[in-house]
Design a protein around this ligand. Structure first.
Ligand SMILES: NC(=O)c1ccc[n+]([C@@H]2O[C@H](COP(=O)([O-])OP(=O)(O)OC[C@H]3O[C@@H](n4cnc5c(N)ncnc54)[C@H](O)[C@@H]3O)[C@@H](O)[C@H]2O)c1
Length: 625
């Protein structure tokens, strides 16, 4: 068979990717229809007759440009594309006068399925159908087409069969003399007849042969979950296909194997204590066994005079062998060069294995001090005294320590837990207004991902969030609780802990591309709005989720659009320098509603194609200069 008829006229109502007709929706960064065309071409098809309807021009344009004269294309119009598939298939009657393969334009098939149907030409006056016999359970619904066969012949087809061997027909080899007459008969009786109704006539005449398709590698893409499952399958396949040599079972026996397990669980004490800095001598924050060891108080140029220097003086007067290390403010201190310089300074001053590293400052100081503490002597005591809202809500309640690489944020780091974190919200009185708003982004993140009631509370709040220390204490405490719950459940962020990354997949590139003019929280706010739009484009949430994100961010003084100067292309490029970007594509944490992270097949990291991310970014672009 050298010819194929592909049905690509439908609108894809259940997938409802508003901006794209279903055949052009991308899986593995290529439109579904291109997968079908290329799969058929690989088994020898040279002439493609494609029935188009909804958004016809766009499909013709995109497919033609991609095929670029490689194969013969003929587009056939079906103006009543909202009708049944029998009419759609009948549109191909004039074009096909020899046996051909009929394929759905919205299915993703493995090469084996194409090979199987290509090797099974139809008998004279008949049709052979490849039936998927083991689809995901939610696909065997009352709407799905079921098939009952006997000795390789289809006996009955329909949605209402109670006994059946397969669900879903996707690939057929057809004799035009067999298929088109039954299509015409069915359409004459019911203008929007289904393909199953037409084929039932052929089955009644004993002319419909069936083949069972292997269970794997078959996706009928109707819903967002189907789309993501197909995406996961392609990425798994790509991963498996990379190696030229795969060890399926070890054939070489090692001389000996010894296991060892290291690391005891570390508990971090999260202490909420308003007024700590007024009287640090009133609370034991340095372990007693470290009393005579060198203690390193890290801070930055702004926080040193406010909190770190007074603390340091008090510690000296209490008898501690304390050293104060002040770094410049901001992200430049999170560089590899700064790390080397500060680490060598500590080593020069002298350190012992009971030394304690105390960070006093915002997230930058937490991260730099934390990473150095994790590296010197392969890990020394760490205590965080966070002074910014961002650090109190997020950076300090963390075992993630990191510095930046030349190409992006937090690229070099470790998992290393502080012994203790003490939060004194009184320090927020000196924090600039913009940084209060900035820190609230992480509050919004936990609220949006974990607690609808909390979102309601935040929406209803009417005070001056910047000066209302009681409000800030409340949200910090709440954040500490919500974050501790997540970190405890899933410390390495493999499952539900992924929501801690919510908004960060795009937030980090936005922050980086702004040249760090946008702060971390501001960038995460934009990243969360992009993530909500990704959910919307995938049609797993309603427009209200996007609106809630935008309203909440606007209410708490956070940006809601990507500022001028950052381009879509620039962001797409920067996305690669991100832990969530695997070479096969980007993974995101997504919501289906407030408080409801989206999981597919138990996985909370949802693979998202570049096309969708680009679309969501475009919808979030501000007015460009
Ligand atoms: N490890 C994690 O899990 C994690 C989580 C969130 C953020 N982070 C990191 O944290 C950093 C952002 O933290 P940040 O927003 O605190 O930035 P930051 O540390 O740069 O602090 C911002 C500014 O506020 C000043 N400041 C801090 N406390 C003050 C106070 N009480 N009064 C007056 N000024 C004060 C600082 O001197 C600095 O100039 C980023 O590098 C981000 O990557 C890490």
């Amino acid at each position: 068979m050298k010819k194929a008829l592909i049905l690509a006229a439908g609108r894809g109502k259940r997938l409802d990717r508003k901006s794209k007709p279903k055949p052009l929706v991308e899986v593995g960064n290529r439109p579904i229809l291109m997968h079908v065309i290329e799969g058929l071409a690989a088994v020898g098809i040279e002439e493609f007759h494609i029935v188009v309807g909804f958004d016809r021009e766009r499909i013709v344009r995109e497919v033609t440009s991609r095929v670029a004269g490689q194969w013969k294309l003929n587009f056939i119009d079906n103006t009543s594309f909202d009708g049944g598939l029998a009419h759609s298939a009948l549109c191909g009657r004039e074009a096909l006068d020899e046996p051909f393969i009929l394929s759905m334009g919205d299915h993703l098939f493995d090469a084996a399925h194409f090979a199987r149907i290509a090797a099974s030409p139809p008998e004279a006056g008949g049709v052979t159908v490849l039936v998927h016999h083991n689809p995901p359970t939610e696909k065997a619904t009352s709407d799905s087409v079921k098939v009952r066969g006997e000795d390789g012949r289809v006996k009955a087809i329909g949605t209402d069969l109670t006994e059946y061997g397969g669900v879903d027909m996707g690939l057929f080899s057809c004799d035009p003399e067999g298929l088109f007459p039954v299509l015409a008969e069915a359409v004459a009786t019911t203008p929007d007849a289904s393909l199953a109704e037409a084929l039932q006539r052929l089955a009644g005449r004993g002319k419909l042969t069936c083949l069972k398709a292997d269970a794997a590698g078959w996706d009928d893409i109707d819903t967002p979950v189907d789309l993501i499952r197909a995406e996961m399958r392609l990425r798994d396949q790509a991963r498996a296909g990379v190696l030229s040599h795969v060890i399926l079972a070890s054939t070489k026996v090692p001389d000996a194997v010894h296991d060892f397990v290291v690391g005891e669980p570390v508990t971090t004490k999260m202490v909420m204590m308003r007024g700590f800095f007024d009287r640090p001598e009133g609370f034991e924050f340095i372990p007693r066994e470290s009393a005579s060891s060198p203690i390193f108080v890290f801070s930055d140029e702004t926080v040193t005079p406010l909190y770190a220097a007074p603390l340091f003086e008090k510690m000296r007067s209490m008898g501690y062998n304390a050293h104060l290390i002040t770094m410049p403010d901001g992200e430049t201190s999170k560089s590899l060069a700064s790390f080397v310089e500060l680490t060598e300074r500590v080593l020069r001053l002298g350190v012992d294995e009971r030394s304690v590293f105390v960070s006093v400052g915002g997230g930058v100081v937490c991260n730099v001090c934390g990473f150095i503490a994790s590296c010197i002597y392969r890990g020394l005591n760490l205590v965080h005294l966070p002074t910014s809202l961002m650090a109190q809500c997020d950076a300090a309640i963390s075992h993630k320590q990191a510095i930046n690489g030349a190409f992006g944020k937090n690229m070099v780091g470790s998992y290393y837990s502080p012994r203790m974190v003490i939060v004194d919200v009184n320090t927020l009185r000196t924090l600039p207004t913009r940084l209060i708003h900035d820190g609230l982004a992480e509050v919004l993140k936990h609220a949006l991902c974990q607690e609808p009631d909390y979102v309601e509370y935040l929406m209803a709040y009417e005070g001056d969030c910047v000066r209302d220390i009681d409000f800030l204490e409340k949200v910090v405490s709440k954040n500490v609780r919500l974050k501790c719950e997540l970190v405890h459940q899933d410390p390495k962020e493999h499952t539900v802990g992924m929501v801690m990354q919510y908004g960060h997949t795009l937030g980090h590139p936005v922050e980086h591309m702004s040249g760090y003019q946008l702060y971390h929280g501001e960038s995460v706010a934009i990243g969360m709005i992009v993530a909500a739009r990704v959910s919307r484009i995938l049609n797993i949430c309603g427009e209200e989720l996007v609106t809630a994100h935008v309203d909440l961010c606007a209410k708490f003084g956070l940006p809601t659009t990507i500022p001028a100067g950052i381009t879509v292309d620039g962001l797409m490029e920067a996305l690669k320098y991100n832990k969530r970007y695997l070479t096969e594509g980007t993974q995101m944490s997504l919501l289906t509603d407030i408080g409801r992270p989206w999981a597919v097949n138990g996985r909370y990291v949802i693979p998202v194609t570049n096309g969708i991310i680009r679309e969501a970014i475009e919808q979030t672009m501000g007015v460009q200069a």
